[in-house]
Write a protein that binds this ligand. Structure first.
Ligand SMILES: [Zn+2]
Length: 462
C-alpha cells in the first residue's frame, strides 16, 4: 500500500491568493473518540470549558442531546456517516475492512450536483484504501508517510493545514463540501502542547498518556487499584487533546473567515464514537468491545449562515433521537440538494414543521475479534445494541448473558421493563436476521501493524 509522499498540499507562502469566497461551503467535522459529556450541549454540568470555539459554534446553531453512533470503531462509524447505512448495510466488519464499493457515497451526491469535494483525514483508519475517498475529488490521508516514518495518525495542526490547503486548491466559484477528521482525542493522548496540557494536568507528574501510560492505568483499573488522582489525570490528558483540537478547529474557522468563506457556511460537528473511562472496570479506557452509552452517545451539532442558514424553526437544543446514519440526508437537505442518503432521515424536517418518525438506531461492536463467526456476518456474536424511544438495549451473544435495558442517557440507569425489553430485543433480532452473509477480512502485514499500533487489534478475551 506504499504511496509517494503527499507534500503537494502543504501550505505554500508563495502560492497565489485563494479565490474569493463566492460559493457556499459545507464543512463536515469529525472529532474522533470525543465523548458526548465532554462537549457542547451534552457536556456534563460540572465540565470545565474545554472547547470554547466548538461551544460557540454549537450555540450558534442546533445541538442534539440524543445523538447515537452505529459502531464502536472509527471506520465503521464514519462509513455510516458517508453512506447513510448502518454497519450491516455498508459492510465494514472492522477497521481495515473496506466499505462496500456499491454503497452510496455522500461526496458523490455533492459531485453529481456540481460541487467540489475534498477531505483531510487524521488517521490511518480512514486511509483511501478503505473506500471512504470514493466521491471525493481530493482526499488527503497523509498515508504516504507511514511507510517511511511509521506514522499512523497526524496531529490536529496538520489536519487544519491540509484542510486550508485543500480549500486554496479548490476550483474557483464552485460550492464545496469539505470533510475534516481530527484524531487527537483517540489514544495515545500525546498531541497537545504543554501550554495546553498544563491547564488540565500537573506537568511535573511523570505519567504520560502514551500507550505505556494508558496500558498501566488500564491494568490498574481492571485490578481495582485506580485511585481518584489517577482517574483525574487520565481525564485531564484526554481533555487536553480535545482542547488542542478545539484550538485547531478555531484556526480552521479563522482561515475560512480570512478567505471570505464563512458567509454562506453550513457546519456539522460530530464524533464517531465515545470512549470508556473508569466507569467500565472490565474494559476501561478503550472502545471496541462495548456498544453502550459511553461509546454510542456522541456530540452532534449543526450551524448555518447566510444562504445555508438553518430553517427558522431550528431549536437551540434538539432533544429528539438523532443517528449518525441521518447526517448525510440532513446535509443534503440543508445544502439544498435534496433527496436522501442510504436509509437516513432528514433531522431538519421537524424544524420546517413536518413530523418525523425516529427510526431505531442499531449498533454493533467490532471486538473481540477472536469471537467472530466464519460462517455468517462476522460480528453477530459481538455486543450489539438498539436505541429507541429513550431506551438502549444491549445483547452480547458471545458472553451468553441476558439482554440488558437502560435509559439511553448518561449514567445508563438500568430499567426493569420486560415488555419494553422484549420489544427492543425483537427489533435487534430482526436486524441480525437480515444481516449480510460472511465477509472475509484479510489484513496485509502493513495494515496489521498499523491497526496494532492504534490499539485496534489487541485481543480481549470475554
Ligand atoms: Zn474513531
Amino acid at each position: 500500500m506504499a504511496r509517494p509522499l503527499l507534500l503537494s498540499l502543504l501550505p505554500c507562502a508563495a502560492c497565489a491568493a485563494p479565490p474569493a469566497g463566492d460559493a457556499p461551503l459545507v464543512l463536515l467535522l469529525s472529532l474522533d473518540t470525543t465523548r458526548a459529556d465532554a462537549l457542547a450541549c451534552t457536556a456534563a454540568p460540572d465540565a470545565v470549558d474545554v472547547a470554547p470555539r466548538l461551544r460557540a459554534l454549537a450555540a450558534e446553531g442546533s445541538c442534539f442531546t440524543r445523538a447515537w453512533s452505529s459502531s464502536s470503531t472509527t471506520l465503521s462509524a464514519h462509513a455510516t456517516v458517508m453512506t447513510g447505512l448502518d454497519a450491516h448495510g455498508h459492510g465494514v466488519v472492522r477497521n481495515g475492512s473496506p466499505v462496500d464499493p456499491a454503497a452510496p457515497r455522500l461526496a458523490a451526491r455533492f459531485v453529481a450536483e456540481g460541487w467540489h469535494t475534498a477531505a483531510a483525514v487524521g488517521s490511518y483508519a480512514l486511509e483511501r484504501e478503505m473506500g471512504l475517498d470514493q466521491g471525493f475529488a481530493a482526499y488527503e490521508d497523509h498515508g504516504g508517510w507511514r511507510g517511511l516514518f511509521g506514522l499512523y495518525e497526524v496531529s490536529a495542526d496538520t489536519v487544519t493545514d491540509s484542510a486550508l490547503a485543500l480549500l486554496d486548491a479548490r476550483p474557483a466559484g464552485k460550492p464545496t463540501l469539505l470533510f475534516a477528521h481530527y484524531y487527537d482525542v483517540h489514544m495515545p493522548w500525546d498531541s497537545a502542547p504543554d501550554r495546553i496540557r498544563g491547564r488540565f494536568v500537573d506537568l511535573a507528574d511523570p505519567w504520560r498518556g502514551d500507550r505505556a501510560g494508558i496500558g498501566q492505568i488500564t491494568a490498574d483499573a481492571k485490578a481495582g487499584r485506580l485511585d481518584p488522582a489517577h482517574q483525574a489525570r487520565a481525564r485531564g490528558h484526554y481533555l487536553a487533546e480535545l482542547a488542542w483540537v478545539d484550538e485547531q478547529v478555531g484556526r480552521l474557522l479563522d482561515g475560512l473567515a480570512a478567505r471570505g468563506l464563512d458567509d454562506d457556511l453550513l457546519v456539522v460537528v460530530f464524533a464517531d464514537h465515545g470512549e470508556t473511562f473508569d466507569e467500565e472496570p472490565a474494559r476501561p479506557y478503550s472502545h471496541g468491545p462495548d456498544v453502550d452509552v459511553p461509546i454510542l452517545h456522541v456530540p452532534l451539532f449543526i450551524a448555518g449562515r447566510g444562504r445555508l442558514a438553518l430553517p427558522a424553526g431550528a431549536p437551540k437544543v434538539d432533544p429528539e433521537q438523532a443517528r449518525l446514519q441521518d447526517l448525510g440526508t440532513t446535509l443534503l437537505q440543508l445544502s439544498g440538494l435534496g433527496g436522501a442518503l442510504g436509509s437516513g432521515v432528514d433531522l431538519s424536517e421537524p424544524w420546517r414543521g413536518a413530523p418525523l418518525d425516529r427510526p431505531p438506531n442499531f449498533a454493533e461492536a467490532t471486538k473481540p475479534i477472536e469471537q467472530t463467526r466464519a460462517d455468517a456476518w462476522p460480528n453477530l456474536p459481538l455486543e450489539r445494541a438498539v436505541v429507541s424511544d429513550g431506551h438502549l438495549l444491549t445483547r452480547a451473544p458471545y458472553l451468553g448473558t441476558a439482554d440488558a435495558l437502560f435509559v439511553a442517557a448518561p449514567g445508563q440507569a438500568p430499567v426493569d421493563d420486560p415488555a419494553r425489553a422484549a420489544a427492543l430485543g425483537a427489533l435487534l433480532s430482526a436486524w441480525d436476521a437480515a444481516a449480510p452473509g460472511h465477509r472475509a477480512v484479510e489484513l496485509d502485514g502493513g495494515t496489521q501493524a498499523a491497526l496494532e499500533a492504534l490499539g485496534y487489534l489487541e485481543p480481549s478475551a470475554p
